[in-house]
Write a protein that binds this ligand. Sequence first.
Ligand code: AMP
Length: 287
Amino acid sequence: MKIINLISDMQKESLAARLAKKTVGFVPTMGFLHEGHATLIEQARKENDIVVLSIFVNPLQFGQNEDFDAYPRDIARDEKIARELGVDYLFYPTIEEMYKEDRTTLITVEKRVDVLCGKKRPGHFDGVATVVMKLFQIVMPTQAYFGMKDAQQVAVIEGLISDYHLTVQLVRVNTIREEDGLAKSSRNVYLTPKEREEAPAIHQALQLGKSRLEQGASISETKEFVENYIKEHTASEIDYVEIYSYPNLKEVKEPRDGESLILAVAAKFSRARLIDNIVFSYTKGEN
Ligand code: AMP
């Protein structure tokens, strides 16, 4: 595995691979790798000649009072994991390398961001779209792998790819969970033992909520049920419980059979804000 810090070096390697007609699978991450990331890397490994993993904690996507400084980092461990998973190139740039002082543009995301985390974290998806656009230009992937745990991010990047006629193909990867259902996340290390015990209630609430909705509960009844379930089973503070169409993230008054929906939650524990969701095709009478 080659570790690359410079944009120009990464571009040289990627260009050579593309000119040699090789497929390049790309997995962008912020590091502190866990099995969720590993699944994306493994899938990229199976489906491509070359695999590029990037690790970059992108300051542009963190708000002023968010956890940029506290975001967990362990590059030595990540390097080892990446090597074991058969990554060809680990792209690990500095902030100075990625954001030159004289930069002149930023991408603004106009749709799919007035809800969920976009609403709660203003500017977050502008930062995500900007860094992902840059990374796509640097890595020149044929396929890029994104986890559905961050479903709004997937919706935003799909919009970006379509708007800018990018040739990269986005591959959606299902959320990887702990045995008790908690979505794997780098931020789970910040849960206290008690919070870690409670946290699987989020996924339970989502599954139960989906069943209720498909059994005929209204959107607002379902949201209320999910919220109450999480309140009863955890000491977290709920940031949002929402249901929208997916990937357009538009309000749904009454779901139609076969409509793609997202039921999404964000909940704040003492030191970690966790998000989770399920995206499903609404089937009336299911379960
Ligand atoms: P992050 O390092 O948190 O920015 O995540 C990098 C990529 O891994 C994103 O595409 C995430 O959606 C994905 N990812 C993170 N956690 C999971 C998970 N539990 N299951 C699937 N993908 C995940």
